[in-house]
Design a protein around this ligand. Structure first.
Ligand SMILES: [Zn+2]
Length: 181
């Protein structure tokens, strides 16, 4: 049963002058925006109010993004990113980062990863990253999802061919956790 009590803040990583990872002309900031908007569409269909840090190609610092999330009063902060490895095609898979693995962020992160695993991504697990600004400065439980490696051709092929399923998996990981609260 949909419960719209929880408001979700979605942060498409990077933007504007900060492209994030770049590989063969592909820029992380474009993937994160497209994914976040698609995730938000599914969450709204499920009845959750969604607030975005950006819906266009603009730059704001991670500090500002955390501030915006806090000012929005949202209950959950989800930052969407793509991973990058020193050497192309070195690694593949999804990883979710949290301030710490305590409830509830750890549970949301675990459930997002599990849903993405069903789409076909390798599950690289949930890892604490207490120094990441958006995780550290967010008042709400925060998860940063690395949706595959931008410099891995098979991860890109999977994202492009299963784009809607990928977005839905992230939305289902979030919604499924909130519905169980
Ligand atoms: Zn990033």
């Amino acid at each position: 049963m949909a419960d719209s009590t929880y408001t979700i803040f979605l942060d498409p990583g990077h933007g504007g002058s900060d492209p994030g990872a770049v590989y063969n002309g592909r820029q992380e900031k474009d993937d994160t925006l497209a994914i976040a908007l698609a995730v938000g569409k599914y969450l709204e269909e499920y009845g959750f109010p969604v607030i975005y840090s950006r819906t266009e190609d603009v730059y704001e610092s991670p500090y500002r993004k955390a501030e915006k999330g806090n000012a929005s009063g949202a209950d959950i902060f989800i930052s969407i990113h793509r991973n990058s490895s020193p050497i192309p095609n070195q690694y593949s898979g999804v990883e979710s980062l949290v301030y710490n693995e305590w409830l509830p962020a750890g549970t949301i992160a675990t459930n997002i990863n599990r849903q993405l695993e069903k789409v076909g991504y390798k599950n690289l697990g949930v890892n604490p990253r207490p120094n990441l600004v958006v995780l550290r400065d967010s008042n709400a439980p925060a998860v940063l999802v690395e949706v595959g490696f931008l410099n891995n051709d098979s991860d890109n092929a999977l994202l492009d061919s299963q784009f809607d399923a990928t977005a839905r998996a992230i939305a289902d990981g979030i919604a499924g956790t909130l519905w169980s609260w």
